[in-house]
Design a protein around this ligand. Structure first.
Ligand SMILES: Nc1ncnc2c1ncn2[C@@H]1O[C@H](COP(=O)(O)OP(=O)(O)OP(=O)(O)O)[C@@H](O)[C@H]1O
Ligand SMILES: [Mg+2]
Length: 367
C-alpha cells in the first residue's frame, strides 16, 4: 500500500516538538494540502486534526482567513522565501482580532521547497493596546487646552447674545434683517453647544458610582430616541442578560455615553436599519492592559449603518473630528473620557457597508 501524505510527512519531519507549541503551526505540502498540524492549530480550527485534513484537502469553500493562508503558502512555494501577512476580523462580541500568519519554506537537499510551515500569532492584544495608547495621549493634550479656549469663547459669546437680544425689537419690522438675526442666533447656539461639551469634557462632574439597572437605562435611552428612530425606519432591539443586570457606575454618565453612541448609530442609518442595545457580564473582556480581574461588563451599541472607512478609524476619538454637517465631533471624545474615568474601555469596530459595533467595557467594582 502506498504511503499517504501524512505518513510521509511524519517520516520526513521532526514533528513531535511542535505538537506542544502554544502557537498554531501547520505544514503544507507542494500540492497545497495540510499534512501536519499541531494541537494548537487544530484547536484554533475547533476541529480535530483528522477532520481538518478532510476539510482542507477537499474542495470545500474556504473562508477569507484560509484563503489568505493558502495564497501565502503558494507564494512561499513559488518564491522559496519567508512570507508574512495579517488577517483581521470582528468576533461575535464586536472585538477585533488580528492574526499574523508567517510562513517559512523547508528546503530539501536538491534545493527545492519540500514543505511550507505556517505559524499563527495572535496580535489582537497588541493592537488593542496600541489604539488605547494613542487615544489616551490625545485626551491628555486636549484636556489641558480646552478649558482655557472654551472660556475665551464663552465670554464674548455671551456679549454677542446680549447684543442680539437688544437688536431684536429694533429690526422686528424688517423681515430680511429678522431672518439674518435668527440665523446668527442659531449659529451662536451651536457654538455654545460646542463650548459646553468642551467644558464638560475637560471638567466632567465627579462621577458617582452606584448600582443601576442597565435594562432600565436602555429603555430610558430608547424613549429619547424613539422619534428620530421611527422617522428613519430603524428597528430597535434590546437584549440584556440577565434581564435585571446591575452595573456599578455613574448611571447618568454611562447613559450619556450610550446616548452618544446611539445617536451616532442612528445618524449612520439614514436609510433605515437595525439598532441593537446589548448588555451582559463577560468572563473575559480582553482588557488592553493586563488586569487582575479579566471579567467585566459589556454594554454594546450595534448598527447596520454605513460603517467607518478604515482610514478614518484612528481619528474617531479626535476632538472635533466629524463627518457631519452639524456635528461637533466631541461625542466620542467625551464618551471616551467618561469611560476612562470609570477605568473602562471604549471600543469601536466597524465594517464599511455592514455596520458598526461600539462597546463600553466596564470593570467589576467591589462594593
Ligand atoms: N456608528 C457610526 N457609524 C458610522 N460612523 C460613525 C459612527 N460613530 C461615529 N462615526 C464617525 O465618527 C465621527 C465622530 O463621531 P462623534 O460622535 O465624536 O462626533 P459627531 O457624531 O460627528 O458629532 P456630535 O457627536 O457632536 O453630534 C462621526 O462624524 C462619524 O463620521
Ligand atoms: Mg456623535
Amino acid at each position: 500500500m502506498s504511503e499517504n501524505p501524512t505518513q510521509k510527512a511524519f517520516r520526513d519531519l521532526p514533528i513531535s516538538a511542535f505538537d506542544n507549541l502554544d502557537e498554531p503551526v501547520r505544514v503544507w505540502d507542494s500540492n497545497l494540502r495540510i499534512v501536519l498540524a499541531n494541537r494548537a492549530a487544530s484547536d484554533e480550527q475547533g476541529a480535530p486534526i483528522s477532520r481538518m485534513f478532510d476539510r482542507l484537502s477537499s474542495d470545500s469553500v474556504l473562508d477569507e482567513g484560509q484563503e489568505t493562508e493558502m495564497s501565502l503558502v503558494r507564494k512561499t512555494f513559488e518564491e522559496g522565501i519567508r512570507q508574512n501577512t495579517q488577517i483581521n476580523g470582528i468576533d461575535a462580541n464586536g472585538d477585533r482580532w488580528v492574526t499574523e500568519i508567517r510562513t517559512k519554506p523547508l528546503i530539501h537537499e536538491s534545493g527545492g521547497v519540500s514543505y511550507v510551515v505556517a505559524t499563527f500569532l495572535d496580535r489582537s492584544a497588541e493592537k488593542r493596546l496600541e489604539r488605547q495608547l494613542i487615544q489616551s495621549s490625545k485626551l491628555v493634550s486636549i484636556g489641558e487646552l480646552s478649558t482655557g479656549i472654551a472660556h475665551e469663547i464663552r465670554n464674548p459669546l455671551a456679549g454677542i447674545r446680549l447684543g442680539l437680544d437688544a437688536l431684536d425689537p429694533v429690526v422686528s419690522d424688517d423681515s430680511d434683517a429678522s431672518e439674518i438675526l435668527t440665523d446668527i442666533t442659531r449659529d451662536i447656539a451651536r457654538l455654545d453647544r460646542v463650548v459646553s461639551e468642551l467644558l464638560n469634557f475637560a471638567k466632567p462632574k465627579p462621577h458617582q458610582p452606584e448600582l443601576f439597572d442597565v435594562g432600565k437605562m436602555f429603555r430610558q435611552v430608547s424613549r429619547f430616541i424613539r422619534g428620530i428612530a421611527n422617522k428613519s425606519r430603524i428597528r430597535l432591539k434590546i437584549q440584556v442578560e440577565p434581564e435585571d443586570l446591575q452595573v456599578c457606575a455613574d448611571p447618568y454618565q454611562i447613559q450619556q455615553v450610550v446616548l452618544n453612541l446611539t445617536l451616532n448609530a442612528i445618524q449612520a442609518m439614514e436609510e433605515g436599519g437595525k439598532l441593537t442595545l446589548e448588555a451582559r457580564r463577560s468572563e473575559n473582556v480582553n482588557w488592553s492592559t493586563s488586569r487582575d480581574n479579566p471579567s467585566g461588563y459589556r454594554i454594546i451599541v450595534r448598527d447596520t449603518g454605513t460603517g467607518i472607512p478604515e482610514e478614518l478609524m484612528h481619528r474617531l476619538f479626535d476632538p472635533f473630528f466629524t463627518t457631519k454637517q452639524s456635528g461637533t465631533g466631541l461625542g466620542l471624545t467625551t464618551s471616551l473620557s467618561i469611560v476612562g474615568k470609570h477605568s473602562g474601555e471604549l471600543r469601536i469596530n466597524s465594517t464599511p457597508d455592514v455596520g458598526t459595533t461600539a462597546q463600553i467595557l466596564l470593570p467589576e467594582v467591589e462594593n
